[in-house]
Design a protein around this ligand. Sequence first.
Ligand SMILES: [Zn+2]
Length: 377
Amino acid sequence: MTEKLYEKDAYIKEFTATVLDCKPCDSGFMVVLDKTAFFPEGGGQAADIGVLDDAKVFDAQIENGIVYHYTDKPLKMGDKVQGKIDFDRRFAFMQNHTGEHIVSGIAHALFGVNNVGFHLGEDLVTIDFDKELTRDQLNEIEYLANQKVWQNLSINAYYPSEEELKNTDYRSKKEIDGAVRLVNIKDTDVCACCAPHVKNTGEIGIVKLLDTERMRGGIRIVLKCGAFALYDYRTKYENVSQISALLSSKQESAADAVKKLDEKYTLEKQKINEFKKKISELTIAAVDENANCLFVDNCDTKDLQLIADKLHKTYGGIKGAFSGNNENYSFAICGEDTELQEFFNKFKGELTVRGGGRGGMVQGTVIATQENIKLFF
Ligand SMILES: [Zn+2]
């Protein structure tokens, strides 16, 4: 079994170890050491990355107590190697992970909900609780969790004796094979967990609950702590400050200002649609009834459909509306369906046409000059 330095001390960034085994594998090489500070994926936490001498370690997994380091270069058996983990990344994970313990512990104590799933992503944690929680309840949990951070409580991770374990009330996500490792956050929570945590709650910095999602009678909560919460705040601050500057509003009321803008936009859109309708009516009224196709500037497919339909209903026969530039036009053509389909097949046969339709209307695009289209009609 590999000696797990990360279990004894979660703050070891560099270490020296002996290579016991190195085998090629699909993604590179699998290296076994006598001891390691690389935390292998487990307990919902991602594996550490870093280097062993000049070989990159991009993953670490554990099987039967042996940690396998996945590297891009082979290492010589028997050699002593210098290991170095990406500690900024690991520490941010430790902040997120320890914050998760506090949030789950408080939610359990306060509202009797159980953590039934937990995932530590690259920059956030998701926690699945087996019961729904309201925003007010979540705010209460969040505030109490931050209070625990401000109190800078000690955190102890240890393997209890069988007797001790029997007499300890602790949370556990699932049945655990082998020895149970407990993580005790003073006056807050005791939970079985194998991952590295911070030593004192103050190191977490901040605990922030974000989006929620209902799921199977419960709730999924996104959580960010420490460094990840800081980056999140920075990004959101940048966004809100830009939005409020654009709308000349206070940052606190940026959402109201956007809502007002959206209402105004909806009204303007309605007005534009009414104008478009009027313009199409006026255009049609001014058309020679013998003209079978009409070229109009700046129309989208919806406008073209409206015009072609009006033309057909007013004058009968097959009528088309086109919009575009020199040799590339969008179109809508209306007519009695059987006659129209026959017409459209010929249209496709003679010109470069994409599109189709049914029920007395076809639409699409055509690559041809205005003269050629007119000639065809
Ligand atoms: Zn943990």
